[in-house]
Structures are given as structure tokens and as C-alpha cells.
Design a protein around this ligand. Structure first.
Ligand SMILES: C[S@@+](CC[C@H](N)C(=O)[O-])C[C@H]1O[C@@H](n2cnc3c(N)ncnc32)[C@H](O)[C@@H]1O
Length: 249
């Protein structure tokens, strides 16, 4: 299958081939020949304007940002929280699609965090002004000063969409971001559904269940949904969770 855009041509493997999510790839021609890009080569994908949206949103029908933002917005309404008062830390922010969805639901302030500078550059290029600030950091290697400087944004919500696991954000980075959110803050994230089952080896099932068991996380709602299609066109099932961070007992 191929899709055309003015600045690039894009093609995916035949749907008969099946790849693990971190091995999926496409080929792109920006005018000087076809080049293969793994889906997880975000630095290269973000550099080509419109490619990320064409690939994941138009062709593979990604639904994660609206699904998790709708779930969060419903909980804000249910708990009588004015979205315009919310200050959200959006981790694994990429080129800003989640921030755009949050802003469309009336959220007041969104600050991005991503590990690669190409993500911030793409967010500034594609959605200028959407983030109040955008930090390029590795959350697993933050000094206390840098962590405190980011947390001084006074966050009362954390979002992390389509970015946990698979060599992306590891459990310890999620924990570091979680620690930057105020008590009673909202936490909204998506994760491949089988990462939350017994026998999971990603570390997320252990982290989330220990946060729930210790009372640090109070789940408000969750739903299993189709995150996107794989290149095989099979559905990839994720879980979206909205919770509140509570003071450790
Ligand atoms: C699939 S993209 C999702 C982007 C955005 N949340 C969305 O839904 O469109 C995953 C993002 O996570 C970022 N990422 C991967 N590892 C990370 C880490 N350790 N810390 C922060 N961001 C990370 C990647 O650079 C990439 O921008």
C-alpha cells in the first residue's frame, strides 16, 4: 500500500507480513530514493513534516490521543474540575498531538517532555504555541535540580500516550514523571493491554499494581480500545487509564 503527499511518498510492507511492534517499518521517498524507517526511529520520522500523522493517524488509524483525552475530560466533568485550571505534564509528547487534543477540551496549560530534540522541534514546527514549555530530557537520568525545575511547573495532571514500553519510556521514567505531579493530580495513560496482565515482563504491571496497592494511585476509569492497526492490519489493543495520584498512606 502506498500513500502520496506532496513532499514524500510512503509505503508499508504487505499486510501478509507480521512484525512485533518495535520491528515495524515503512519506506519513505522524499525525492532522493526510498529509505527504510523503523516506526521507533522517531527522530527520523519527525523530521519529515506530515509523515507521523500520515503514517499513524491516517493509514494506521491511531485513536489513542482522543480516547485517553475523552476519558480524562469525562472524569474532570464528573469531579467538577474546570479543565482550564489544569496544568498537564505530557510525557513522551512527540510532535504535540496529545497537547492539541487536551487544548481542544479546554485544558489550560500543557508542558511537554520528550527524550529527543527532534520531537520538540517538530512540535514547534507543527503546533506552535501549543506547549507552554517543552523539556528534552531523559527522565531516568535527571539530577535533582533538573527534576525540581521541571516539577516547579506545578503539575496537577500527567499524560503519557502511546509512549510506554517497547524501548520507549521505561517504568522508572514513568515513576519519575509521576513524582512530579501534585497529590490528587490526575494521571492519564495508555499502555498495551497485555503489559498489565500477570506474566508481563515490561515492568509496568508490577509498577501499576504496586501504585494501586500502596494507595498512591486510585483508578477512576479505564477502557480497552484499538490503539491503531499493525502493518499486518490486525488491531493493536491498548488500555487507557485515568486515575488520581493520592498521598502515600
Ligand atoms: C509513539 S510516540 C507518541 C507521541 C505522542 N504521545 C502521541 O501520542 O502522538 C512515543 C514518544 O515517546 C518518546 N520517548 C521514548 N522514550 C522516551 C523516554 N525515555 N523519555 C521521554 N520520551 C520518550 C519518543 O521520542 C516519542 O516521541
Amino acid at each position: 500500500m502506498a500513500a502520496e503527499r506532496s513532499a514524500f511518498r510512503l509505503a508499508l510492507p504487505e499486510p501478509t507480513a507480521s512484525y512485533e511492534q518495535d520491528a515495524e517499518y515503512c519506506v519513505v521517498d522524499t525525492g532522493s530514493g526510498w529509505v527504510e524507517h523503523r516506526f521507533h526511529d522517531y527522530d527520523r520520522l519527525y523530521t519529515i513534516p506530515g509523515l507521523y500523522e500520515k503514517l499513524f493517524y491516517e493509514i494506521l488509524q491511531c485513536q489513542s490521543p482522543p480516547v485517553v483525552c475523552d476519558l480524562l475530560a469525562a472524569q474532570l466533568r464528573a469531579q467538577d474540575v474546570d479543565p482550564s485550571s489544569l496544568r498537564v505534564l505530557d510525557v513522551g509528547a512527540g510532535n504535540g498531538i496529545v497537547a492539541e487534543e487536551l487544548k481542544a477540551r479546554g485544558v489550560g496549560k500543557v508542558v511537554g517532555v520528550d527524550i529527543i530534540p527532534e520531537a520538540r522541534e517538530a512540535a514547534e514546527r507543527d503546533r506552535p504555541g501549543t506547549y507552554a514549555d517543552y523539556h528534552v530530557v531523559d527522565l531516568t537520568a535527571l539530577g535533582t535540580d533538573r527534576a525540581a525545575a521541571i516539577a516547579s511547573g506545578g503539575f496537577d495532571a500527567l499524560t503519557c500516550v502511546a509512549a510506554l514500553g517497547f524501548g520507549d519510556i521505561p517504568p522508572e521514567a514513568f515513576r519519575a514523571a509521576f513524582d512530579m505531579v501534585a497529590d490528587d493530580g490526575f494521571v492519564a495513560f495508555t499502555l498495551r493491554d497485555d503489559f498489565l496482565t500477570e506474566g508481563d515482563t515490561s515492568g509496568f504491571a508490577g509498577l501499576i499494581s504496586s501504585l494501586l496497592d500502596s494507595g498512591e494511585l486510585e483508578e477512576l476509569d479505564s477502557t480497552v480500545y484499538r490503539h491503531r492497526l499493525a502493518t499486518s492490519r490486525d488491531p493493536l489493543l491498548y488500555r487507557a487509564v485515568v486515575a488520581r495520584k493520592r498521598r502515600r498512606a
